[in-house]
Design a protein around this ligand. Structure first.
Ligand code: PEP
Ligand code: MG
Length: 743
């Protein structure tokens, strides 16, 4: 049948006449009384374009919205449906003009191309028929061939599939979430350009299998060579990200499905694309960010394989602009590495989450990246000028000359400023009036560690141990964890490192640790709560930390501690591990310091009891502020609603700092607040003398500090704390500018 279909494709006659022949042919072959083709028209409307079996008068009359009826459902979900009793399905909708009431069973498949639904192909039978999986597969294969036939055909010209470029030449502004910060200007390059499949039906299935296997072999070799060459692949944990990806290339299920599609009569490239369509359809339906990211890896491999099959591999780099802004639906990590990094200015993705592998690689490469940017795939055209604003999450397409000039200026100014801030690297971290403030960095990836060498960085104030857990596919065992922690201590070369025990749950997703759909995960079962309820997990981590720090100094910090009893319980687990090590005669750390993160407000009311029991405390202002204001830290709607520079927050912090100072317990601030110069200034004014921040922020905060008179600032802030204002940001800003403090 595929051959006949192909011949029809090549034949003469009007498009409508050919579609009519197609439905006839399919109905006969599948032995169905009805075969119909619905195509998507602009405005998300599906229209009956051809039918064998339904009333001819319904053609071009019967229309439904996406999601309306079973046909609408198939289009909305991009998923096949096979029902012996269609009328009892909750989505069944009856269109009287079709006369379809007599047909009981229905099988429908989406007609897809390049991940986009073009329409729906449906067969119906009078009796209750249980369509087999093979029959669904066969109909999907037919739909593949049909998609090729429809593309470029005049029939589709009137429909949504090729309705022209939405934005024309007008500027457009889209927004997404920031996956990696930074501002860039460049030329849009759609990923995956140039993949056009012309041969869908196989002449010789055996030869196609040989081609497929040959391309798979070539792809694996090319991946191995690329990973061996890549700097990022060699850098610590990124290697694991890439190894996981490489493993997919040998995934049995994926390989089998492609082979099956070739056996079904498709060429190797059409088979790859068929499986890719299915993968993309699953991506639309899946909410779980981890699974989505893995499907994106598979999609990426599919593209790579198509390049090998179509001989496009060699042409990839040709004609790419020197200032590429890469636009894609989603990307796998290796696919990003594949582009010449010296040409890459930024990446914008329609999907992708902060935990995706590609986001981790972008951070390592320091390429600005925006994800979850709906519409970018259709709005951006190859060659468009694009501004990627990785501070606000905005993408500006085809901006006016004035806007471009504005951004270009701010990029130059930022770079100049960055260079100026670097000038303080060799200078002491003290204020104008001699107050010393320790500046530390927050870390989580191996790539953060070289910053320990930046002049003035005293150590790691917060090492988020969950980060290496997040990029693996299973829990690292004790020896793997020991290795990671040892490498960090080695890199720190005697500088202090505060290891925070696992803080998972909330916004920190582990691929192999499914939350059970809590309504309020940030306030749910997370961090130390999990550690105390699953002590084996926490003890294994503590054991690894003790091993890694044998003979050296170890600082352990527990996250999300809500009261003193919880802190004591966590400390007791650490004590048991210490005793276990002793019993085994293992060498212990030379010094062990234990601290609590103060990010749950209740703990602040127990400081009198807490402080004598701990060696240090760290203010996690990200969580602390979200709980103080009862405002979700990840909700963009609330992002600007409350200000951390408010009398309430600063009064709270001021009291904590005074108490810690009285009792002589070191207090560090390690939330985002500490890395913004104005906020850092306020923290110092409240009494903080230790700040831990993103490595990139250190120079700027030090520049601010060196211009500051701490005694005068403290007096000023004390007055501000009594104000009834919503925010005291402006007063602090004026103070800075009046006193020549660089913020
Ligand atoms: C915080 O809550 O401020 C903090 C530093 O921890 P995290 O951002 O990892 O929750
Ligand atoms: Mg926190």
């Amino acid at each position: 049948m595929l051959r006949l279909l192909r011949d029809l494709m090549k034949g003469s006659g009007s498009s409508q006449a050919r579609l009519d022949q197609v439905v006839d042919l399919i109905a006969q072959d599948i032995v169905a009384e009805v075969c119909s083709i619905y195509l998507l028209r602009s405005g998300d409307v599906l229209e009956l374009f051809a039918t064998k079996g339904l009333k001819p008068a319904a053609v071009h009359k019967t229309r439904m919205r996406i999601n309306q009826g079973l046909v609408g459902l198939i289009a909305a979900q991009a998923r096949s449906v096979a029902l012996a009793d269609a009328q009892s399905h909750p989505n069944f909708a009856y269109f009287p003009e079709t006369g379809e009431e007599v047909y009981q069973s229905l099988m429908g498949v989406p007609i897809m191309r390049g991940g986009r639904v073009l329409g729906v192909l449906v067969v119906q039978n009078r009796i209750q028929r249980n369509y087999t999986e093979e029959e669904v597969e066969a109909l999907e294969t037919v739909a593949m061939v049909l998609a090729e036939m429809l593309t470029g055909d005049r029939l589709l010209d009137a429909s949504a599939g090729t309705s022209g470029t939405p934005g024309g030449d007008m500027p457009a502004r889209l927004s997404g979430i920031v996956l990696n910060e930074g501002i860039a200007i460049g030329t849009a390059v759609p990923h995956q350009r140039g993949i056009v499949i012309t041969q869908v039906v196989a002449e010789d299935p055996e030869a196609e299998l040989v081609r497929l296997d040959g391309a798979l072999g070539e792809m694996r070799d090319a991946l191995d060579i690329m990973f061996a060459r890549s700097e990022v692949a060699r850098a610590g944990e990124h290697r694991e990200v890439l190894e996981t990806y490489r493993m997919f290339a040998d995934d049995r299920g994926w390989l089998r499905r492609m082979h099956d599609a070739v056996h079904g009569g498709l060429t190797a490239e059409a088979a790859v694309q068929k499986i890719q369509n299915e993968t993309r359809a699953r991506m639309i339906a899946i909410k779980d960010p981890y699974l989505r990211a893995r499907l994106a890896d598979l999609d990426d491999l599919g593209n790579r394989l198509l390049h090998h099959l179509l001989g496009l591999e060699a042409k990839r780099e040709e004609n790419l602009p020197q200032d590429m802004v890469l636009i894609a639906s989603d990307l796998g990590p290796a696919e990003l590495l594949d582009y010449d990094q010296s040409r890459l200015r930024a990446v914008v993705l329609e999907h992708s989450a902060p935990t995706s592998h590609v986001a981790i690689v972008a951070r390592a490469l320091q390429i600005p990246m925006i994800g979850r940017c709906p519409g970018i795939g259709t709005e951006a055209r190859e060659g468009d000028r694009v501004i990627v604003d990785g501070e606000t999450g905005q993408v500006l397409l085809r901006p006016s000359g004035a806007v471009l000039a504005g951004f270009a200026e701010s990029i130059v100014a930022k770079e100049r400023q960055r260079q100026a801030f670097r000038a303080v690297r060799g200078l002491p971290s003290v204020s104008r009036d001699g107050a010393a403030v320790s500046l530390l960095i927050n870390a989580g990836l191996m790539i953060d560690l070289p910053h320990l060498q930046d002049g003035g960085v005293e150590g790691i104030g917060l090492y988020r141990t969950e980060v290496p857990f997040m990029i693996r596919d299973s829990f690292p065992d004790v020896s793997t964890q020991t290795e990671i922690y040892s490498r960090i201590l080695d890199a720190a070369a005697g500088k202090p490192v505060v290891f925070r025990t696992l803080d998972v749950g909330g916004d920190k997703v582990l691929p192999y640790w499914r939350g059970d759909g809590e309504a309020n995960p940030a306030m749910g079962w997370r961090a130390i709560r999990i550690g105390l309820d699953r002590p084996a997990l926490l003890r294994r981590q503590l054991r690894a930390l003790l091993h890694a720090a044998a003979g050296r100094s170890l600082s352990v910090m527990f996250p999300m501690v809500s009261d003193v009893a919880e802190f004591e319980a966590a400390k007791a687990l650490l004590q048991r591990e210490i005793e276990r090590e002793r019993a085994f005669g293992d060498r212990l750390p030379a010094e062990i310091r234990v601290g609590a993160m103060l990010e749950v407000p209740a703990l602040a009311l127990q400081l009198t009891q807490l402080l004598p029991r701990c060696d240090f405390v760290s203010l996690g202002t990200n969580d602390l502020v979200q709980f103080l204001f009862a405002a979700d830290r990840g909700n963009p709607r609330l992002a600007r609603r409350y200000d951390v520079l408010s009398p309430a927050v600063l009064t709270f912090i001021h009291r904590i700092a005074s108490q810690a100072a009285e009792q002589g317990v070191p207090l560090t601030a390690c939330g985002e607040m500490a890395g913004h110069p104005l906020e850092a200034m306020a923290l110092i004014g409240c009494g903080l003398r230790r700040l831990s921040m993103a490595p990139q922020a250190v120079d700027q905060v030090k520049t601010m500090l060196r211009g500051l008179d701490v005694a005068s600032l403290q007096g000023f802030i004390n007055q501000l704390l009594t104000l009834p204002d919503h925010s005291i940001r402006e007063q602090l800003r004026s103070y800075a500018s009046d006193h020549d403090v660089t913020i």
